[in-house]
Design a protein around this ligand. Structure first.
Ligand SMILES: [Zn+2]
Length: 302
């Protein structure tokens, strides 16, 4: 199964010509999930060649402008391009009225159904569940109510061994059952599923944590994920700013990745005060080796 994360906006609060505000697109086989929608997210969708109408879920972390100002423009463009499929928008309490007020002032009527799911949970809970994946939301600690998200795929992608088809003369019905993980009987003997299939790919997971102060309570939630996005707004030398503004340092992002034993760490949301992003990456890498820096247009396979 395809799992790629595209960075649409890697920047912190202030956009510049190279870095849009926060927005990350998760590409799945048949649809996309958008995490945050900073200003001009839709421009980068166009620039990098992704169809906005393949987005079926939008997960908003919090209502600070750099994470949400692109939403109204994206919804408007979806409507003008003839979208009919429903869309689900998750976010803290207030996300619905934030959008509906803008609809009202601009006399905009959405031609497609928008389901708003407002979050107020104080522990991790599943907010969407289907046959192939689930999305959970969990609280982060920031200046206003903020949520992290955890995507987990379910399918193992089982493929039938060719020799098993001949050996056990498998029917189409047999194959469908085996692909679901079931075993079969032949001459009153149980043939275990493992003998009939090989695993093409393991389930994948992705956690999105922005914005947040350093918070070890998220470690059990993000533990062992294939890809963790964690904000790294400041360098450790500016930790007093990080604490005051309830953000994290690159060192702390690395610390969370290490404690969570994640496979890969992606850092972003770096303050515009720094000219040298290599220093930020270096700081995180000292703590957690497999770290990469988010840049607009970057595609991360996991
Ligand atoms: Zn914020």
């Amino acid at each position: 199964m395809l799992h790629q994360l595209v960075v649409l906006g890697s920047g912190g609060a202030l956009p510049d010509l190279k870095r849009n505000t926060s927005s990350y697109l998760l590409l799945l086989e048949k649809e996309y999930i958008l995490f945050d929608c900073g200003e001009a997210a839709q421009h980068n969708l166009i620039k990098y060649g992704y169809n906005k109408n393949k987005i079926n879920h939008i997960c908003i972390t919090h209502l600070h402008g750099d994470h949400v100002y692109g939403l109204i423009g994206l919804l408007s463009s979806m409507s003008m391009s003839g979208r009919q499929y429903p869309l689900i928008i998750y976010g803290p309490i207030g996300i619905e009225s934030f959008i509906l007020h803008q609809f009202s002032f601009t006399e905009f009527v959405s031609p497609f159904l928008i389901n708003f799911v407002e979050l107020s949970n104080n522990e991790k809970c599943v907010i969407f569940d289907c046959k192939s994946y689930s999305i959970s939301a969990f609280p982060l600690k920031h200046r206003i109510p903020t949520f992290g998200y955890l995507y987990q795929s379910k399918q193992m992608d089982l493929n039938i061994k060719k020799e098993a088809i001949e050996k056990y003369t498998l029917t189409v019905e047999d194959i469908l059952c085996i692909k679901k993980g079931e075993s079969i009987f032949r001459n009153s003997k149980l043939i275990p599923n493992e003998e009939l299939v090989f695993v093409k790919s393991q389930p994948k997971s992705f956690a999105f944590c922005s914005d947040t102060i350093f918070d070890e309570e998220i470690v059990p939630i993000i533990s062992n994920v294939d890809l963790l996005f964690h904000e790294a707004t400041f360098l450790e030398i500016d930790i007093s700013h990080a604490i005051k503004k309830m953000h994290s340092t690159a060192n702390q992002a690395g610390e969370i990745a290490k404690k969570g034993n994640v496979k890969m760490l992606l850092i972003g949301h770096i303050s515009a005060r720094y000219d040298d992003f290599d220093a930020v990456l270096f700081e995180a890498t000292i703590r957690f080796k497999n770290t990469i820096l988010a840049t607009d247009g970057l595609i991360v396979d996991f």
